[in-house]
Design a protein around this ligand. Structure first.
Ligand code: AMP
Ligand code: ZN
Length: 318
């Protein structure tokens, strides 16, 4: 989530450049705006890039023999509560509410609505939350001892983060593809580091000017600042960034490689074959962000992209 601008002036120019890029994407019909910032429709052209990326990532990950699993974009609130997401990122969280009361309350809701008043006070939080990171539902299913070699999983799906923004790279609902390892601490570290190289190589093969930098996630509040420091000091998360606006900004993260240590495995009682608390590591690719980085780098018309890039993404027949 690296997002460092150097001065007020640069920050204004950067905001303008981001809005200009957003408008170009909307004018070209690649993204379709809604009335809410960061919530878009996607065109067929955009989706063909995502499909190509998905296939490329699957080829890249083939040697891992990862178990393919897909979860829906909501998951149980009781599992969400076992993570500390609501402590670290309350502002990004999303809980699904619905109507669970009786006829009397429904009548009151309808009357408020007819008067143009707020009616959502009659809704209550349900048993599901919007998935903020697509590896979280996986961890909730792995309680107990792992096989000796640990586990490797291939995940994909929509995540939600409540961060409305005019920056087209910062959406509220977007797809991730993740390759997750759980097993011994040593194996988790090796997995993260080797994956970082592989991810950089793959993204660079698409002509993206990628760089790897330590991440500083936007943990919430004063306690959060200590978590940011620990994350940086212990090099727990590395982001792969691409510069999109020349000298105005060092770059936006299109993927991240994370050492989660026992952060989620302890919460969900996930043990190594020997019965110790397992460690987790994951590499997450932002699908929309990678597609947008390609559009920014090579132009808004994929038919005119370099032949090698089109080949890698299977776009040659389109
Ligand atoms: P993270 O779990 O924060 O490392 O996110 C994984 C990847 O998802 C990031 O590297 C980005 O590519 C992508 N991502 C994170 N937040 C957003 C967002 N608000 N909009 C679009 N993509 C995002
Ligand atoms: Zn993850």
């Amino acid at each position: 989530m690296t997002d460092i601008a150097t001065s007020d002036d640069t920050a204004t120019q950067l905001a303008t450049a981001r809005i200009a890029f957003r408008n170009e994407l909307l004018d070209a019909g690649i993204l379709i705006a809604s009335s809410v910032a960061g919530v878009y429709g996607r065109s067929g052209t955009f989706e063909s890039i995502i499909t190509g990326l998905d296939a490329l990532l699957a080829r890249m990950a083939a040697p891992l023999n990862a178990q393919v699993l897909r979860f829906p974009p909501v998951y149980p609130r009781v599992d969400f509560e076992r993570t500390d997401y609501i402590a670290s990122f309350p502002d990004l969280s999303g809980v699904v509410s619905s109507f669970e009361r009786g006829d009397k309350e429904h009548a009151a809701l309808l009357s408020a609505r007819a008067d143009g008043e707020a009616w959502d006070g009659w809704l209550d939080p349900t048993d599901v939350v919007l998935t903020p990171a697509i590896c979280h539902p996986l961890y909730a299913t792995l309680e107990g001892r792992l096989p000796e070699e640990g586990g490797v999983f291939d995940l994909a799906g929509y995540g939600f983060r409540h961060e409305p923004s005019e920056d087209p790279m910062r959406m509220q609902s977007f797809r991730m593809r993740e390759f997750v390892f759980v097993g011994t601490p040593d194996a988790a570290q090796v997995y993260r580091d080797s994956w970082l190289d592989r991810a950089i190589e793959t993204l660079a093969s698409l002509g993206l000017a990628v760089d790897a930098v330590p991440a500083n996630d936007p943990f919430f509040g004063r306690a959060g600042r200590m978590l940011v420091n620990a994350q940086l000091r212990e090099n727990l998360k590395v982001e792969i960034i691409v510069p999109l606006y020349g000298d105005l900004h060092e770059g936006t993260a299109i993927a991240s490689a994370n050492c989660q240590r026992d952060h989620l495995t302890a919460a969900f009682g996930i043990l190594t074959h020997d019965g110790d608390v397992a460690h987790g590591a994951c590499v997450a690719f932002g699908m929309e962000r990678t597609a947008l980085a390609l559009l920014r780098t090579h132009g808004l018309n994929p038919a005119e992209w370099p032949e090698g890039v089109r080949d890698l993404l299977g776009l040659c027949s389109t």
